[in-house]
Design a protein around this ligand. Structure first.
Ligand SMILES: [Zn+2]
Length: 68
């Protein structure tokens, strides 16, 4: 079995066993925020963030691209 390593998209922090990380699934039209679960984290196109602050960085960028 291969351990999956997850990486925060904002700061690059890596963890094999993230705790209190955030998962985001999004498209051009919809953004969904998940508390960390393996199912959500392993979904295709899932994005991973080490905490609320870094999830918010991405959400802000998403809104800017959406509105701009
Ligand atoms: Zn981070």
């Amino acid at each position: 079995m291969i351990d999956t390593k997850y990486r925060c998209e904002i700061c690059g922090e890596e963890s094999e066993h993230p705790v209190r990380w955030i998962v985001i699934h999004c498209s051009d039209a919809q953004l969904t925020v998940f508390k960390w679960t393996k199912v959500a984290a392993d979904a295709p196109h899932a994005r991973h963030y080490c905490g609320e602050a870094h999830a918010q960085v991405y959400i802000s960028r998403w809104f800017e691209s959406f509105c701009g």
